[in-house]
Design a protein around this ligand. Sequence first.
Ligand SMILES: [Zn+2]
Length: 267
Amino acid sequence: MRGHEQTADAIERLAAAFATARRPVAFTGAGVSTESGIPDFRSPGGVWSRFDPREFTWQNFVGSVEGRRRYWALGRVTYPLIRSAAPGAVHVALAELHRLGRLDCCITQNIDDLHQRGGLPAEAVVELHGNATRARCLSCGTGYARDALHARLEAGVDVPDCDGCGGIVKPHTILFGEALSPAAVEEARRRAGAADLFVVLGSSLVVHPAAYVPVHAKRAGATLAIVNLEPTPLDGEADLVIRAAAGPVMAAVLDAVRTASLTTQGG
Ligand SMILES: [Zn+2]
C-alpha cells in the first residue's frame, strides 16, 4: 500500500510539473512500444533469438545482396508487428498534452510511428533512430513507403531495389554500426537544452548516444523525471523517479493536468 501512496504522490508531482513548466519535453523508449504490443526484439524469446543480431549491420546491408536479403527476411517478420500496433496511453497523453500547450515535443528512440499515429504533429516528434514506415534509395534519394515495399516482399521479391535507378533502398531506421542522423541529434540536443522539464518514459537509458540526451537536459537546468519499470543509470541524478509502467502514469497525469486547466479557466 505504501508503494501505491508513494506512486500517487509522485504522479501528482509530475502532473504539477507538466502544468507549470514553460517548456516540457518527453523522451520515450522501448517500454512505450511494448505497452502498445510491439515485442521488444532484443528480449529473450524475441525475434533476435531466430536471427543473429550481429548480422544486421550497416556494413552487411550496403555491402552485399545477401546481407540485404537477410535484412528484408527479418523485416518481413517484424514490420507487420509494428504496423498492426495501436497507439497506447503514453502516445495519446503526449498528443493531448501538446494540444493543451503542455508539451514542446517528444524525443523518441522508437521507430514505430506511433507518436504521429497517436496525434502528435510530426514537427513535435524527434526520431533519434529513424522511422520504420519510410525508406529511400541510397543512390537517387527517391522515397518509398514501407507498406509498398512490404507488399513487394509479400509478392515474392526478396530484395526490393529502386524502381528508378536500381539503387539500394534502405528503411529510414538506424542499423547496428550506423551513425545517427546528425540533424536529429542536433534537434534533440537543442530541444533538450531548452527544456525546463524533461520526462523520460519507458526507457532504461542504456542505448547510447540516445541516453545522453536526458543528461544534457539535466545539465542545462531542466527538472528531470524518470518513469520506467526498471532502474536506470540516471535515477540518482533525477529529481523524480516513478518505477512503474509509463502508460497508466501518463493517463493519470493527463487527467490531473486537464482538471487543473479546467479549474484555471473556471476561476
Ligand atoms: Zn534510386
